[in-house]
Unconditional design. Structure first.
Ligand code: FAD
Ligand code: ZN
Length: 485
């Protein structure tokens, strides 16, 4: 049962703004919004509200600010860090952007698209394709995540190597601030040096500074030719050397470069029906790579084949398969995309979405493997990721730790061991999934003191009452006194 402990005043006024149909207070109706998709996080709320315009969002936030009521923005609820799940107080208003799903404008000549925050990513990609354009952000959850959630988490995905993160794909934003005012920067400008770039504060802020209600996104020429290859490599160092050679040979046309360990492939073959090993013999590591071009007659296959032949001669690659059809390419990508699913039923998985400089990846993989094996003999490491971005999903099973065991689930020793190593290598403990509530306690351990102070100061300036998604990322607060020299 969800106990609404908020003032009746709040609910009555929310109904005044939105009409009763879009203020959900019934426990069953609210339930899907009060837990994350994996069932890891659970919260309570006074109401789930479903505005359909920026003016309605502004009115709700203004009301919540006056009543000091927490507001939790929720997009497709596909996030990995519990960011969209309210706390257990029952005081929060969960603000769903789902009804704000209109495409406002596609400007093919400006290569921009103006959208409301609740547009589902796949719909944005389809709408861009209808205009013969590409919106490059692509990830496994694209059928249900929303662009507002992608912006709020600065999502990555498989095309970052060529096109960048969501941050790099955004020209303008509209944001409802914590006091209910609207920051309107829905501008499709590629150049604008008139002071601080405010939109960047909200991208990646996970709903803790304001509610994103709209965005101007960058579009690109639609790829018309593509080649996909699955390559066996002896180790990560060989993969990275090969990537560097492919970039030289193919330039910006190299659009994805994913590293996959043999254990990941085995998990997929075991758990995902209809998958098969693309090569005849085993290899400790694989690379899945995509090369794309916007010209329909671009000769891609030949330069890729040549580059792979050089890699085979030099020993950086030991075997390779180039997809001969779209169906074959899709089958290769299905292996990569199924790894999270294939690894969820084999035991308690300690997950780490980390990044280190690309050049440090081989040493990190060696060190982390040796460290985990010495501390937890028999550890099974499930390592894959967007190696072209320095981003590894470095996950592991520890012998004797089972999924149902609450002590093992809460244990942080494995995470700390991995994160300490990441930190020593100059890396990040969250490359693309964000902080949310899952890394809230860990963040101050790894972020520089000055960085944490500035984050708290920004939070304090933009959300002085701490109503925007409390308990996530960072709390507002005074900056720490500088340490005397
Ligand atoms: P939600 O989960 O609803 O919210 C996420 C955070 O953003 C919360 O803190 C929420 O409060 C905030 N938020 C949501 N909407 C707004 C808004 N309009 N204004 C302000 N704050 C808001 N992520 C990657 O980066 N790369 C991947 O490759 C990737 N692959 C995935 C594959 C699968 C199968 C799944 C399930 C998830 C994957 N994710 C990946 C994680 C997730 O899909 C992304 O983080 C996504 O960007 C979240 O969008 P959402 O709309 O679901 O946001
Ligand atoms: Zn990822």
């Amino acid at each position: 049962m969800n106990v609404a402990r908020s003032s009746p005043d709040l609910l009555a006024r929310l109904r005044d703004v939105l009409g009763p149909a879009h203020v959900l207070t019934d426990a069953d109706a609210m339930a899907p919004a009060l837990t994350d998709w994996r069932g890891f996080y659970h919260g309570l709320a006074a109401a789930v509200v479903r505005p359909s315009t920026t003016a309605e969002v502004a009115a709700i936030v203004e009301l919540c600010a006056r009543l000091r009521t927490p507001v939790v923005a929720q997009g497709g609820n596909t996030g990995m860090c519990g960011g969209a799940t309210p706390d257990g107080s029952g005081r929060s208003v969960v603000l769903s952007l789902a009804r704000m799903n209109r495409v406002i404008e596609v400007d093919a000549l400006n290569d921009t698209m103006t959208v409301e925050a609740g547009c589902v990513l796949a719909a944005i990609r389809e709408r861009a394709a209808d205009a013969d354009r590409l919106f490059p952000l692509s990830l496994g959850a694209e059928g249900s995540c929303q662009i507002g959630g992608n912006l709020a988490t600065n999502a990555g995905g498989i095309n970052v190597l060529r096109y960048g993160n969501t941050r790099d794909l955004t020209l303008g934003l509209e944001v409802v601030l914590a006091d209910g005012r609207v920051l309107n920067q829905l501008r499709g400008l590629r150049k604008d040096n008139t002071g601080y770039d405010l939109k960047q504060l909200f991208i990646g802020s996970e709903g803790t500074l304001g509610i994103i209600t709209g965005a101007v996104l960058k579009l690109f020429p639609l790829p018309r030719t593509s080649v996909t290859a699955w390559v066996a490599v002896p180790d990560a160092a060989a993969a990275i050397a090969m990537m560097s050679a492919l970039r030289t040979a193919l330039g910006g046309r190299l659009s994805a470069f994913e590293l996959i360990s043999r254990r990941c492939l085995e998990l997929v073959l075991r758990h995902i029906p209809g998958t098969r090993d693309p090569l005849s013999g085993p290899s400790p590591w694989y690379v899945l790579t995509d090369v794309e071009d916007s010209a329909s007659d671009a000769p891609l296959r030949e330069p890729l084949e040549q580059a792979l032949a050089t890699a085979l001669e030099s020993g950086r690659a030991t075997d390779a398969a180039i997809a001969g059809s779209n169906a074959q390419a899709r089958a290769l990508w299905r292996i990569r995309e199924s790894i999270p699913d294939a690894s969820k039923d084999e035991g308690l998985l300690y997950r780490h979405d980390i990044s280190v400089p690309i050049s440090a990846i081989p040493a990190f993989i060696d060190e982390a493997g040796a460290m985990l094996e010495s501390r937890y003999p028999g550890v099974r490491i499930v390592c894959f990721g967007h190696v072209g971005d320095g981003n590894l999903h470095y996950n592991c099973y520890i012998p004797g730790r089972e999924r149902g065991d609450p002590v093992a689930v809460k244990a942080v020793d494995v995470n700390e061991a991995v994160y300490d190593l990441v930190h020593r290598r100059g890396g990040s403990i969250s490359a693309e999934h964000g902080v949310g509530q899952s890394k809230y306690d860990e963040l101050p351990r790894y972020k520089d003191v000055v960085e944490m102070d500035l984050m708290r100061a920004i939070k304090q300036a933009l959300d002085p009452h701490g109503i925007m998604n409390p308990g996530k990322v960072v709390q507002p607060g005074a900056t720490r006194a500088p340490t005397p020299p």
